[in-house]
Design a protein around this ligand. Structure first.
Ligand SMILES: Cc1cc2nc3c(=O)[nH]c(=O)nc-3n(C[C@H](O)[C@H](O)[C@H](O)COP(=O)(O)OP(=O)(O)OC[C@H]3O[C@@H](n4cnc5c(N)ncnc54)[C@H](O)[C@@H]3O)c2cc1C
Length: 358
């Protein structure tokens, strides 16, 4: 791989906000089209969830860093430790650049506002995964050490949320030397084979073991997931630190709203208490953060993502585009790359009247 320097520069300046896969793909394509591209990133390292989010055992950070260096050598400027809207005024961005592409992701985590939520030792999954990667990059150890409250070493770890982010937390806690790990999922355990209402070619909604679960079985002898289980409250010790999680089992049946939609109903007498010195909330994301979008006056859709016309990446503000999770909600890296490239093409057309971008 060699850096690609365009022969002709257009003289147009484009700001890309956010350096995840959407921002990187977008910046690369706009640079190839000859525009001068500046990528703003709030974190201290470039890469978005490729850097701080997806753990190193799933995506080696050297691969991300190698790509960033290639892009820098191709003429793209990266400005880190800078949150647009807080450290860099939004109106300055509109004044100094001919176009802006928003690729800020959908980072607003879903919280669990139950009794004891304020106790120390309860974190969002992203805080935990970020600290683990930072430790690995800076010290070579996945465990940030006993002085860090985010270390899982010798702790009973409870993860709330049975999705992929929770699984990444399981695998990271194992690498940090946790004493035990359990992962609560509010949904029922999926069947081992496809049910009749889930035929091919639909995505099979069946029970499967992800890498973190296989590793937990190898270490502790059982699947860390507890299905149809939800946290009712957190218990604290005398110092205000979490020491246990109280759960109940649920069954899914039609709710009282007459819609026929299954709702979780608590099973009386199913309360359980789980020891926990580290609790990680991995219950998904509810949308993009609001600060910059509000400052720019960007319209949102019903799911609070950035609103764009069908098949377009253009926002309601002239010259401002959006791509990736910020536009479509939490998704996959391949979608973010696709969106970043497509938004770059539309932005190029906006700047030049036509586009040769792929
Ligand atoms: C824990 C976890 C594991 C995952 N694992 C996988 C996986 O294995 N495979 C897969 O395909 N997908 C995975 N995903 C999903 C995937 O990472 C995302 O869909 C993808 O990264 C979205 O890319 P993006 O560029 O839209 O946003 P992000 O990657 O979220 O990047 C957005 C960037 O914008 C920055 N930013 C936000 N606001 C500002 C601002 N105002 N100023 C400056 N910077 C700002 C943020 O700091 C961030 O770096 C995972 C997600 C998570 C949370």
């Amino acid at each position: 791989m060699k850096p690609y320097q365009p022969v002709i520069r257009t003289g147009k300046r484009v700001a890309v906000v956010g350096s995840g896969p959407a921002g990187l793909a977008c910046a690369d394509q706009l640079n190839r089209a000859g525009h001068t591209v500046v990528v703003f990133e709030r974190a201290d390292r470039v890469g978005g969830l490729l850097m701080y989010g997806i753990p190193n055992m799933k995506l080696d950070k050297r691969v991300v860093q190698r790509r960033v260096e290639l892009m820098s050598a191709s003429g793209i400027t990266f400005v880190t430790d800078t949150e647009v809207g807080r450290d860099y005024p939004a109106e300055k961005l509109l004044r100094e650049f001919d176009a802006v592409v928003l690729c800020g992701g959908a980072r607003q985590p879903r919280d669990l506002p139950v009794e004891g939520r304020q106790l120390r030792g309860i974190y969002f999954a992203m805080e935990y995964l970020t600290e683990a990667t930072r430790s690995l990059l800076e010290t070579g150890r996945a465990d940030p050490g006993p002085e860090s409250p985010l270390s899982a070493r010798n702790k009973d770890v409870v993860i709330i949320g049975g999705g992929d982010t929770g699984t990444d937390c399981v695998a990271t806690a194992l690498r940090q030397g946790c004493r035990s790990v359990v992962q609560f999922e509010i949904l029922e355990r999926p069947p081992d084979v496809r049910p009749a209402d889930n035929p091919w070619p639909e995505w099979p909604r069946v029970y499967r073991l992800d890498y973190g679960h296989e590793e937990a079985i190898a270490r502790f002898g059982n699947d860390p997931r507890r299905y149809a289980t939800t946290a009712k409250r957190f218990e604290g010790d005398a110092s205000g630190h979490v020491c246990a999680v109280h759960t109940v089992r649920v069954i899914w049946k039609a709710g009282a709203d007459n819609s026929g939609r299954p709702m979780p109903h608590e099973v009386p007498g199913s309360e359980q208490v789980w020891p926990a010195q580290l609790v990680l909330l991995a219950m998904g994301f509810i949308g993009p953060e609001s600060l910059l979008l509000e400052q720019l006056g960007i319209e949102r859709d019903a799911r609070s993502n950035v609103k764009t016309p069908p098949g377009s990446y253009r926002t309601n503000v002239r010259g401002v585009f959006a791509a990736g999770d910020m536009r479509r909600g939490q998704s996959l890296v391949v979608w973010a790359i696709h969106e970043g490239r497509a938004a770059a093409r539309e932005c190029d057309r906006y700047l030049m009247g036509c586009s040769n971008s792929p």
